[in-house]
Write a protein that binds this ligand. Structure first.
Ligand SMILES: *[C@@H]1O[C@H](CO)[C@@H](O)[C@H](O)[C@H]1NC(C)=O
Ligand SMILES: *[C@@H]1O[C@H](CO)[C@@H](O)[C@H](O)[C@H]1NC(C)=O
Length: 396
């Protein structure tokens, strides 16, 4: 239905409702004008649904009283009624009222149902409906690129609530978004990765689905993209997909995810955001490993070169990166398979921690943050020395 005809329909039905609700008897007895001045409008704090329900329950009996006067809320319908009354001819109104009164109660009920239906249709579309539309647009190849970008931007917002994320797969959206990771347009690829990351975050159901649909492998390739934002969003999505997800982690290692991280960590010319995200992921993976002591530990965690590249991050001038590196080192030190002597002799962790201390104490601009990191640094030092003592103690 067109907007215009919808408006006319509302107008007509509101009239029927109005006439039924105010009570025709009262109108007749006291004259329309007096009724109007006495407060013709029923209480208008409710929503459309309430209005209909009220009309239903009270049928055509008189409902208005002085207390039920205008008490705010719902200004548009209220305004419409005022306008309608102001512009109506009392004789006509009376005629309409009489014709309505002649309707049988069955017919009235049917009309009320029709009003209700109309009101339902006027409601905002649900999130699921909006997602369906966006997915349809993405699938419609005759739409221009700009519309596809726009559809993805909408999905990005819509997937935030966990229920919506779950609906996305039911609507067939995940497969389509994963397909869009291959789009020639980098903006489309970037937003698609972002959506997958958002939807997978703390959501094992979506993680599983994206993994099954082959999303992880594609996202890992995208981390190497020369478009910076694409690489960042891809790494974000990879982290969200494998966080607390052992199947995802297994696949990540099988696809040489460890090498990917090492390359990023050991190359200081790589974007700082990518480096922070990578070391954060290392900390997360090591922590996950700590939680599953029975499983064989990942060889990469005991790779000396890899450990060295993590330790070297402590020399960064970026406090955020330093902090994340410390968390990673702390978790790595607690793994059974990491060797305290490798940290000591090959990574030179003692010297690194000492230099970090001097740097943190000299920090001027972000003193509080630096002090927070310093206390984490001391904790790491203690854990390190504890681990070292265990291996250097002479058995008695
Ligand atoms: C695709 O978009 C075009 C242009 O808006 C539209 O005419 C067409 O009906 C759409 N096709 C589908 C299958 O929705
Ligand atoms: C380090 O990263 C830069 C920028 O991405 C790249 O050009 C360079 O080849 C990398 N160096 C090594 C040794 O991989």
């Amino acid at each position: 239905m067109e907007k215009r005809s919808v408006a006319i329909w509302i107008w007509v039905w509101v009239w029927v409702l109005l006439v039924m609700t105010v009570g025709i008897g009262t109108m007749r007895a006291e004259g329309v004008n007096k009724s109007v001045s006495g407060g013709l409008f029923w209480s208008t704090t409710k929503e459309e649904g309430d209005l209909v329900r009220k009309a239903e329950s009270e049928e055509s009996t008189a409902v208005f009283n002085e207390n039920d006067d205008i008490d705010g809320g719902f200004p548009s319908l209220d305004g419409m009624l005022q306008w309608a009354i102001g512009h109506s001819d009392p004789a006509k109104l009376k005629e309409t009222a009489e014709s309505v009164q002649q309707l049988s109660s069955d017919k009235l009920k049917i009309r009320q149902l029709e009003i209700k239906e109309l009101m339902e249709r006027l409601k905002m579309p649900s999130d699921a409906q909006l997602m369906r539309i966006a997915i349809e647009d993405l699938n419609n190849i005759s739409l221009p690129l700009e519309d596809h970008r726009h559809a993805l931007q909408e999905l990005l917002v819509l997937v935030e609530p966990i229920d919506n994320a779950n609906d996305l797969h039911k609507l067939g959206g995940l497969a389509i978004i994963i397909r869009e990771l291959n789009n020639p347009d980098s903006e489309i690829r970037t937003t698609s990765a972002w959506i997958l990351g958002k939807a997978s975050q703390n959501n094992p159901v979506i993680q599983k689905q994206v993994l099954e649909l082959g999303g992880l492998t594609k996202l890992m390739k995208m981390v190497k993209s020369s478009f910076l934002e694409e690489a960042r969003k891809a790494l974000y999505a990879v982290s969200a997909l494998i966080r607390n997800n052992l199947d995802g982690q297994e696949l990540f290692y099988a696809e040489a995810g460890d090498l990917m991280l090492q390359e990023i960590l050991s190359n200081s010319s790589i974007d700082i955001t990518l480096r922070r995200k990578s070391v954060f992921l290392v900390a997360d993976l090591a922590e996950s490993q700590l939680g599953t002591r029975n499983k064989a530990e990942v060889p990469f965690f005991s790779n000396s070169f890899f450990l060295k590249s993590v330790v070297e991050l402590t020399a960064s001038t970026d406090l955020d990166l330093q902090e994340k590196a410390l968390v990673a080192i702390k978790n790595l030190l607690q793994l059974r398979t990491t060797d305290a002597l490798v940290f000591k002799d090959f990574c030179e962790l003692d010297g690194a921690l000492e230099r970090m201390k001097q740097q943190l104490l000299a920090e001027e601009y972000q003193r509080d943050y630096a002090m927070e990191i310093e206390s984490l640094r001391r904790e790491v030092e203690l854990i390190f020395h504890g681990k070292l003592e265990k291996v250097t103690q002479v058995p008695t």
